[in-house]
Ligand binder design. Structure first.
Ligand SMILES: Nc1nc2c(c(=O)[nH]1)N[C@H]1C(S)=C(S)[C@@H](COP(=O)(O)O)O[C@H]1N2
Ligand SMILES: [Mo]
Length: 432
């Protein structure tokens, strides 16, 4: 006879919620199966959008090996592409937090099962579960920390979140392959039973709980219910809705952004006027010396086949000026609507550097002396796009110091991080 006394979490009688059982776990599991698949795909897309294969400066995970098998040249259109993929990645991730927590709660008795392993196969299954649970918590935790104003996690976010995602996903695929058929069977069985109930063939039952007795998640001595399973699902869904409603707004401007009360970079626009849109890091924060940005001091150093040019802001303003309506879309998930940028085309600068036809890749460096985002490499397709600019003004006014005065990069569909501010140097070709 098994010990049913609730002494230890490993005792079968310890966990008493009548909500636990295959139906509850299966519903949450299927929601996560769909949601996490989207998170994984949009995450991989975001990684590709950074151009990690293009130059060591873009590559935060140089040891990725075959995990970079799928990398491709990120396109320059539609212009809102990264705004969409990364907005979905971050907002969906936040929205799924209550579902993830509920799912872990629903299977928590299994974490305490004794003996820890009954066989080699059982040991393997439990190790994969550990990677699955640990990996999920790790990915959600690093993701949430990275969208805070001051990143708190020890170490660089990129390798942690990237390798963590692959470890998690390997366990996730194994788990999904093993469990999806069972989850679907559970749901079908419950539905069939409910159908039988309405025929009046058997006595009334709630939420299709019958037939679950054999499952190890079902408590052998359940406490009286305080809420139905359906009610519990509504509660989880309500939590998700709350996360969505308090975060999604930062992918928009104006009154909608003000609804993003739980998000840094949500809230009101910083200031009014042409430069009054979201700022990632201010000039003061990254240590830009205003003296270096003055028109008499600042020169853009452009290097290419034609040697080295030094261009003042007046020289750049004397070149043909072009406009493009493009958003800023950050890896943190926030974005702005289209701003009206004006300046010199990157491909015209490439031509000045000696690449009249077929513009090459370019390596861009900022006045900023340190920090991960002081430089970035743009691919040839990005340089060639006629909407890709070295912007001198935005919305009809010179760039503000915080938006990158004297000049910044703006590339359609690219992640914000590639739109280098306070540009000092551009090297065309030979990225090494
Ligand atoms: N030199 C420099 N450029 C930079 C950054 C930076 O930290 N330093 N941040 C990048 C990031 S992560 C984003 S999202 C955009 C934000 O541009 P904004 O502050 O004008 O909105 O600038 C990019 N350009
Ligand atoms: Mo960013």
């Amino acid at each position: 006879m098994r010990d049913l006394a609730p002494r230890l979490p490993s005792s079968p009688g310890f966990w008493r919620s009548p909500l636990r059982g295959p139906w509850f776990t299966s519903v949450l599991g299927l929601v996560l199966l769909a949601g996490i698949t989207v998170l994984f795909v949009t995450g991989l897309l975001s990684y590709a959008a950074y151009n990690p294969g293009l130059s060591p400066v873009n590559d935060k995970t140089p040891d990725k090996g075959i995990l970079g098998f799928y990398l491709f040249a990120w396109p320059t259109g539609p212009t809102w592409l990264y705004r969409l993929t990364q907005g979905v990645h971050v907002t969906l991730g936040l929205t799924l937090i209550p579902v993830l927590l509920a799912k872990l709660w629903s299977v928590v008795p299994r974490l305490f099962t004794l003996p820890p392993a009954r066989s080699v196969a059982h040991a393997l299954e439990r190790i994969s579960l550990l990677l699955l649970v640990g990996g999920a918590l790790f990915e959600f935790a690093t993701g949430v920390l990275n969208i805070q104003l001051d990143y708190l996690f020890p170490g660089s976010f990129y390798p942690l979140h990237f390798y963590g995602a692959w470890v998690f996903f390997a366990a996730f695929v194994a788990h999904a392959v093993l469990k999806t058929p069972k989850a679907l069977r559970n749901l079908r069985a419950m539905r069939a039973e409910r159908g039988a109930d309405t025929d009046g063939a058997r006595g009334a039952d709630t939420d299709g709980a019958r037939g679950e007795e054999a499952d190890d998640l079902v408590s052998p001595r359940p406490a009286p219910p305080t809420v139905s399973r359906r009610g519990a699902l509504w509660f989880v869904g309500g939590g998700s809705l709350l996360m969505f409603a308090t975060n999604a707004g930062r992918s928009f401007d104006g009154p909608l952004r003000a609804t993003a009360v739980l998000s840094p970079h949500g809230g009101p626009e910083p200031g009014n006027g042409p430069n009054g849109f979201q700022i990632n890091k201010t000039a003061a924060h990254v240590g830009i010396d205003p003296a270096e940005t003055r028109d008499d001091a600042w020169r853009l150093v452009v290097t290419g086949r034609a040697g080295t040019l030094r261009l003042s802001r007046a020289d750049l303003l004397a070149m043909e000026q072009h406009s493009a309506a493009l958003p800023i879309a950050c890896v943190e998930g926030w974005s702005t609507s289209d701003q009206w940028w004006r300046g010199v085309r990157l491909r015209d600068l490439a031509a000045r550097a000696g690449f009249e036809e077929d513009p090459p890749d370019v390596f861009v460096e900022s006045l900023q002396r340190s920090g991960a985002f002081r430089s970035g490499a743009l691919r040839a397709n990005q340089v060639a796009d006629p909407r890709a600019l070295l912007a001198l003004s935005v919305n009809g006014e010179a760039l503000s110091p915080d938006h990158g005065y004297p000049a910044r990069i703006i590339v359609p569909a690219a992640p914000g991080v590639l739109n280098t501010k306070w540009v000092a140097r551009m090297t065309f070709g030979n990225l090494g």
